[in-house]
Design a protein around this ligand. Structure first.
Ligand code: NZQ
Ligand code: ZN
Length: 388
C-alpha cells in the first residue's frame, strides 16, 4: 500500500541543447549580485565559463567569483563561501558544475544568515533551517547526484573524518536548473562511470525496501533499464546525445524525491560510501560500486522476492527451472558485471582503503533502519572486508 505523503518540487528545469539561453529568463528574477560558484577549472576549458559570464554581463549582474569547489566539498570551503556571500551581500548563488558545486552552493545558501556554525547545526546536529536562505540556481555539467532537483547537500570534514549529507527543505532546492546533456560530453570516463553507478545506487537504495508493490517500484525498474541501456552506449560513444540525455534525465528522476514517495527507503550503501569517502576522499560513485555487491549479497535472503523481481525485470534473468535464490543471486551477479563493464571500481583497496581503516569506517557509518536487514557493526565490517 502506498503510504501517506505530501509532494512538491519547486525546481524549474530547462533541458536540451539550448537550455543555457534560459538564463536570460531566470537571472532577471533575482537581485544584482551573483556569487558564481564553480569547480577546479573544467568550465574554463570547455568555454562554458565564458558563455555564463557573458549572459551574467548581458543581464547586468555584478559577479562575485567563487572558484575552486573541490569534488567532495569541504567544510573549510563552505566557511570561505559563506564569508564571500556575506561580504558581498549576494542575491543569488549560481552553481556551474557537477553535484559537488551544486551541493556546496546549497550548503552556503543555508549558512549565510545562520548565526551558528553550519557544520555543527546542519551536519552534526541535523537541525532544520531556521533562517533566510540565499536562492540557488545551477548549470549542471555532470550527471549523477540529482542535486540539481533536490534539497540535499553533502559536506566533508577531513579533520573529523566525517562525510555527512543533510536533506534540507523545499526552500533549498535549486530555484532553477539548466541541463544541457552535451555539456556532459567532456566528463572524464572515470567520472562518467561513477556518476552512472551513483544513479543506479540511488534507485536501488529506494527500491530494496518494503514489501509493497507500488508504482514507485515500476517507475524505478523503467529508470534502471533505461540507465543500463544508455550507459552501455555512452561508454563506447561518449558524445552520443541520446544516450547522454537519457542518463542525465534518469539521474534527475532517481533523486528528485518522487520515487521515494509513499514507500520506505534504505540508504545503507550511501552511509558506508560516505564513511569510505571521509577516510579516502574517493569519488562518490566508486565508493558505492565497490561495496554494493557484498552488501546486496548479505541482505538478499531478507528481501528475496524483491531481489528475484529485480533480476527478472531489470536484468532479464530467465528463471525457468531455477530457485528464487538462484534467480536473485543472478541479478546481483548481473549488476556486478555491468558495473565492471562500464568501468566502475569494484574493490575498496583501489580507492586507497587499507585494512587498518576498516574499524574507523565502521564507526563513521551511520546505521540505517529502512532496508531489508539493518546491519550490525560486525556485518558492516564484513561487507567492507569482502569489498577490500
Ligand atoms: O571541478 P571541475 O574542474 O569542474 O571538474 C569536475 C570534478 O573534477 C569534473 N567535471 C564535472 N563536469 C565536467 C567535469 N569535467 C569535464 N567536463 C565536465 N562537463 O568531474 C569531477 C567530479 O565532479 P563532482 O561535482 O565532484 O561529481 P558529482 O556530480 O558526482 O558530485 C559528487 C558529490 O555529490 C555528493 C557526493 O557525496 C559528492 O560530494 N552527492 C550529492 C547528493 C545530493 N545532493 O543529493 C546525493 C549523492 O548521493 C551524493 O552523495
Ligand atoms: Zn549518491
Amino acid at each position: 500500500m502506498l503510504g501517506t505523503f505530501d509532494y512538491v518540487n519547486p525546481t524549474r528545469l530547462h533541458f536540451g541543447p539550448e537550455a543555457l539561453d534560459a538564463l536570460r529568463d531566470e537571472l532577471p528574477r533575482y537581485g544584482a549580485t551573483v556569487q558564481l560558484a564553480y569547480g577546479g577549472g573544467s568550465i574554463k576549458k570547455t568555454g562554458l565559463y565564458d558563455q555564463v559570464t557573458a549572459l551574467l554581463d548581458e543581464c547586468g549582474k555584478t559577479v562575485v567569483e567563487d572558484a575552486g569547489v573541490m569534488p567532495n566539498p569541504t567544510v573549510e570551503k563552505l566557511y570561505e563561501g559563506v564569508r564571500l556571500a556575506r561580504e558581498n551581500d549576494v542575491d543569488l548563488i549560481l552553481a556551474v558544475g557537477g553535484g559537488s558545486v551544486v551541493d556546496y552552493a546549497k550548503a552556503v545558501s543555508v549558512s549565510v544568515h545562520c548565526d551558528e556554525d553550519p557544520w555543527e547545526r546542519y551536519y552534526l546536529r541535523m537541525e532544520d533551517v531556521a533562517c533566510d536562505v540565499v536562492p540557488v540556481g545551477c548549470v549542471l555539467t555532470m550527471a549523477g547526484t540529482g542535486s540539481e532537483m533536490n534539497g540535499g547537500a553533502v559536506i566533508t570534514n577531513h579533520a573529523q573524518q566525517l562525510k555527512i549529507g543533510h536533506v534540507f527543505g523545499e526552500n533549498v532546492f535549486p530555484r532553477f536548473a539548466i541541463l544541457n546533456p552535451a555539456l556532459t560530453f567532456t566528463v572524464p570516463r572515470y567520472q562518467m562511470a561513477a556518476g552512472i553507478f551513483d544513479v543506479m545506487s540511488h534507485l536501488m537504495e529506494q527500491y530494496f525496501s518494503g514489501a509493497d508493490d507500488n508504482v514507485s517500484d515500476y517507475l524505478m525498474e523503467g529508470l534502471m533499464r533505461s540507465l543500463v541501456h544508455a550507459s552501455r552506449i555512452a561508454v563506447v560513444h561518449p558524445t552520443d546525445y541520446e544516450a547522454r540525455s537519457n542518463i542525465m534525465w534518469t539521474a534527475t528522476w532517481a533523486l528528485n524525491t518522487l520515487v521515494a514517495k509513499g514507500k520506505t527507503t534504505d540508504w545503507t550503501v550511501h552511509m558506508i560510501g560516505q564513511a569510505v569517502g571521509a577516510y579516502t576522499d574517493a569519488t562518490h560513485g566508486m565508493t558505492l560500486s565497490a561495496v554494493s555487491p557484498a552488501y546486496y549479497r548479505l541482505v538478499m535472503p531478507y528481501g528475496l522476492a524483491k531481489f528475484a523481481r529485480f533480476a527478472r525485470t531489470v536484468w532479464d534473468v530467465d528463471g525457468a527451472g531455477r530457485t528464487e535464490q538462484d534467480v536473485a543471486a543472478a541479478g546481483i551477479d548481473a549488476l556486478e558485471a555491468w558495473a565492471r563493464d562500464i568501468g566502475c571500481v569494484m574493490r575498496l583497496s583501489e580507492l586507497g582503503v587499507t585494512e587498518g581503516m576498516l574499524d574507523g569506517i565502521v564507526e563513521a557509518t551511520f546505521p540505517m533502519e529502512g532496508g531489508y536487514h539493518p546491519l550490525t557493526k560486525t556485518e558492516t565490517k564484513r561487507v567492507l572486508t569482502e569489498s577490500l
